[in-house]
Design a protein around this ligand. Structure first.
Ligand code: ADP
Length: 224
């Protein structure tokens, strides 16, 4: 089973990915996380990546595929849970070709739908575990860590991403509208897009995702 999580910035892709990964034993791949790992390098490459990420713009396709392919070489589990990838039509087409080579395909594309105003509120409260990548939100009761600045899962330290500020958010959101949202129609046409209203509790969203997976039921392709 291969799943794509498609969403604007801070809609909860990472949070839902972690829950889905555990329940369905998927190979969670976040291109954002892979890029942040590269950005943590103490050399010129790391420095360049940090400033690219902070700008909020999409990273070039060449860099994305370089980082992604390198990571895929280390993976055994072929059930992919793609978080933040693909982010434009070119990436989606390349992904399809890659899967086809293994007689594989995407089963579900979940669009996590959250209004911009909610995203803006979430962005400043988001905290990430530097060890395991789990996401929290200090502005939302149900997403707060049990102990201040410490990850519930692994006791790692929580940090705030450099691009989680209002200025970077505006650019990231515009990039989503300009480049990524085209994937909605792209996957609707392939009849694998499922729209999930995600302006609610993370458990409720998760429940809905699981129901969709288990039912493989009616999709949203006719709805819009
Ligand atoms: P979010 O969706 O919350 O903005 P991500 O962790 O998915 O965060 O991505 C962070 C940043 O990494 C994006 O703003 C973008 O610059 C870059 N990025 C991640 N995935 C891709 C991708 N597939 N293509 C281009 N840029 C990407």
């Amino acid at each position: 089973m291969n799943i794509i999580l498609l969403a604007p910035p801070a809609a909860g892709k990472g949070t839902q990915a972690e829950l889905l990964e555990n329940k369905y034993h998927l190979n969670h791949i976040s291109t954002g996380e892979l890029l942040r790992k590269s950005a943590s390098r103490e050399d010129d490459y790391g420095k360049k990546m940090r400033s690219l990420l902070e700008s909020g713009e999409l990273i070039s396709d060449d860099i994305i595929f370089e980082v992604l392919n390198k990571h895929l070489e280390t993976c055994e589990n072929q059930n992919l849970l793609l978080d933040g990838f693909p982010r434009n039509i070119y990436q989606a087409e390349r992904l399809e070709e890659m899967l086809k080579e293994n007689n594989d395909k995407i089963d579900f594309v979940f669009l996590l739908d959250v209004p911009k105003e909610t995203l803006k509120k979430r962005i400043t409260g988001r905290r990430i575990c530097e060890k395991c990548g789990s996401a929290y939100n200090v502005n939302i009761d149900s997403l707060k860590p049990k102990v201040d600045s410490i990850c519930d899962q692994c006791q790692g330290k929580l940090y705030q991403r450099n691009d989680d500020n209002e200025k970077s958010f505006e650019v990231r959101y515009q990039e989503y509208l300009d480049k990524t949202s085209a994937l909605i129609t792209y996957y609707q046409n392939k009849q694998i897009l499922y729209r999930i209203e995600s302006d609610k509790d993370k458990e409720e969203v998760f429940q809905e995702l699981c129901e969709r997976i288990e039912k493989r039921g009616r999709n949203d392709n006719d709805k819009k």
